[in-house]
Design a protein around this ligand. Structure first.
Ligand code: SF4
Length: 488
């Protein structure tokens, strides 16, 4: 047995047996319960009472913490299990499950809720005393709430609802048990934040400190939903366009850069602008200005809809032609083929961009290149490290948002190296079916994805079995950009 499912009550076992090959083990009721094994990944499943008023009968609570009295343990498995249960169509809350040696009612129930607990049961935290919390997952289906406590009409009906939910969760729990195995993680280095992203986030943080909320930010400061949500909580207000910003307010321009017309708009609205454009993107804007001032047409190799490309093209919309593909490079027409240059979006796939530039060079022998490569150090370092890792991995997981160009490129680079690769926002996006038969997982993260998300992802995967984590790569990045004077 490489993993076990514990159910404290026989009735919970009956509910779960349907849809499972492995028979859940009845671990016994109350604080005296005991796990069958103490040395394997474990899932505890059963029923519970809700403490949080937003949690209703028949909904699930997945524990990210277990508490009994003053003893508390964290369960890193929560996002992975909750994500899979949600994809199965179940309503899932993630929070602390408190265990008590008696049924709680009235004031005691209120006091546990005030303490921040989401649900209460009579076993999970006690069983956890015997188990490794890093390899423990707990899910409980809600029977009673503060409004409808246990000794109340309707308990039987709510109990049946809760057991039905457990039954619906059973195939997911079977998949969880099937996914349990020891694995190797190859963590590609470098990964996560680049200097441009760190600078952009620090600019917003300092603007919030110096000016107080709200600080307006045009577009996502960097392409990552977690970063944006965290800054939002601290008082940043993200807008699509500057006409949504009150006149005279403070507005930060995102790391991807903007067209000059956006700066004009900011002046017209008398905004206090703080520019978080990455200096490496600003360098590409400068090249476009230099080339077009000299009367040249500029091929901008990149994705037309990406904000960086929209901003760069905005420097000279009539003289900049976006080239997205090799096919575009083969067919693009310009007024004077002897007066042409090219620049690149900073976050392209190094190889693809080289092929496109090569095609342009063949068609336009007088083509002028930028002084230095436009694809930035962070993009090329992350691609280089992951290409090596992907070749030795059964599966590659790239942490990043779908609108993050360099994260999407990392997935493409992995696939080109022969690996099955997926982009995930965080651990909750990992599908257990991806892990079938997988022993080596390559892990990276786009330049806009926080390293903490990778740590959480690895901790969540640990819940499925022992992991040997090896860092692979070697390039040490020590690039730092100075902050704009407005926030120094
Ligand atoms: Fe700057 Fe490159 Fe980071 Fe983009 S990925 S913000 S260009 S360092």
């Amino acid at each position: 047995m490489s993993a076990q499912l514990l159910t404290p009550l026989r009735i919970e076992r009956l509910a779960l047996e349907h849809g499972m090959r492995d028979t859940p083990y009845v671990s016994g009721r109350g604080p005296e319960g005991h796990p069958r094994r103490t040395d394997v990944p474990t899932v505890i499943a059963g029923v519970a009472g809700a403490l949080d008023p937003d949690v209703r009968p028949g909904e699930l609570v997945v524990a990210d913490r277990l508490r009994t009295g003053s003893v508390e343990v964290a369960l890193p498995s929560a996002p992975l299990l909750a994500g899979e249960l949600r994809r199965a169509g179940l309503t899932v809350h993630v929070g602390t499950i408190e265990s008590t040696d008696h049924v709680v009612t009235g004031e005691e129930r209120q006091s546990l809720a005030a303490h921040g607990s989401t649900a209460v049961d009579t076993e999970s935290a006690y069983l956890a005393r015997y188990l490794d919390p890093r390899q423990l997952a707990v899910v409980r289906s809600i029977v009673d709430t503060a409004d409808d406590p246990l000794l109340h009409p309707g308990t039987l009906r709510r109990g049946i609802t809760a057991l039905r939910t457990l039954r619906r969760a059973a195939p997911v729990l079977q998949e969880w048990l099937d996914a349990c195995a020891p694995r190797t993680i190859l963590r590609a280095e470098p990964q996560s934040f680049c200097a441009g992203v760190e600078r952009a986030i620090e600019i917003v943080e300092r603007a919030l400190e110096q000016h107080g909320p709200p600080v307006y930010v045009r577009r996502q400061i960097v392409h990552n939903t977690h970063v944006v949500a965290e800054l939002e909580q601290r008082g940043a207000v993200f807008v699509q366009e500057l006409d949504e910003v009150p006149e005279g307010a403070t507005a930060v321009l995102a790391a991807h850069g903007v067209a000059p017309s956006v700066r004009v708009q900011a002046d017209e609205r008398r905004l206090h602008v703080i520019d978080a454009t990455c200096p490496l993107v600003a360098k590409v804007h400068q090249e476009v200005r230099r080339f077009t001032t000299a009367g040249r047409t500029v091929f901008l190799i990149g994705h037309a809809a990406h904000e960086e490309v929209v901003g760069t093209r905005g420097e000279a919309p009539d003289e900049v032609v976006v080239v997205e593909t090799v096919e575009d490079a083969r067919t693009v027409k310009v007024p004077d083929p002897t007066q042409v240059s090219y620049v690149m979006q900073t976050t392209l796939s190094v190889e693809e961009a080289d092929v496109i530039a090569g095609e342009l060079r063949t068609r336009f022998p007088a083509l002028q290149a930028p002084r230095r490569d436009d694809i930035c150090y962070a993009t090329s370092n992350r691609q280089h490290a992951l290409r090596d890792v992907a070749a030795d991995s059964d599966l590659v997981l790239v942490v990043g948002s779908a609108n993050s160009s360099n994260s999407v490129r990392l997935v493409e680079v992995s696939r080109a190296a022969g690996a099955v690769a997926h982009l995930v926002e965080d651990a909750s996006d990992i599908r257990l079916e991806w892990l079938r038969g997988v022993r080596t997982i390559g892990v990276s993260a786009g330049a806009s994805a926080p390293a903490a998300l990778v740590d959480q992802l690895i901790a969540a995967l640990t819940a499925l079995g022992d992991l040997e984590v090896t860092r692979r790569g070697g390039v040490t990045e020590n690039v730092h950009f100075t902050l704009p004077r407005e926030v120094v």
